[in-house]
Design a protein around this ligand. Structure first.
Ligand code: CA2
Length: 151
């Protein structure tokens, strides 16, 4: 599928990747993840635009703006995963195909991380594979967009 525009959203503190908590999240930086996504996107004829914010409302604004500008959203909501109904409502309202990703296996971590309030409005969820979660998530999202378009 050609000519797709994908918005990648990263939630709070993901800008710290590569700097702290390497045991949990690895040594790579957010820039490196973004570059890998842009490159994979090129291979799939999709333009990938990446955005990170530490602020829930900024992410909500970005999702609202995305509705008419993008074909799908790939999101790592970070800690907002576990409690942000505002983010969930914005993602549901924009009605774009959505894939949720996590670097870590949230089901193997503290109890509060084992539930996502976002997953119910996502087409799919990938976690636990480090940066590969994002790349696999992008591929899955492009597949999902293709299916939605066929309907
Ligand atoms: O595993 C993931 O991708 C998470 O979304 C990462 C979030 C966490 O709250 C979720 O439960 C799972 C945390 C992102 C913060 O990333 C940091 C990176 C380096 C240093 C400190 C935090």
């Amino acid at each position: 599928m050609s000519g797709l525009k994908i918005l990648v959203l990263h939630g709070p503190n993901l800008n710290l990747l590569g700097d702290r908590e390497p045991d949990q999240y690895g040594n790579f930086t957010l820039d490196q993840i973004n570059k890998a996504l842009e490159e994979r996107g090129l291979g799939l004829q999709a333009e990938v635009v990446c955005f990170q914010s530490n602020h829930e409302g900024v992410l909500v604004d970005r999702i609202q703006e995305a509705a008419h500008q993008y074909h799908g959203i790939l999101i790592n909501p970070a800690a907002l995963t576990h409690y942000s109904y505002a983010l969930r409502d914005a993602l549901a309202a924009c009605r774009l195909p959505l894939v949720e990703v996590h670097l870590s296996n949230i089901f193997a971590r503290e109890p509060f991380r084992r539930h996502s309030v976002i997953s119910a409005v996502a087409g799919g969820v990938i976690c636990g594979l480090g940066p590969d979660s994002y790349v696999l998530g992008l591929e899955a999202l492009i597949g999902l967009i293709g299916k939605v378009r066929e309907e």
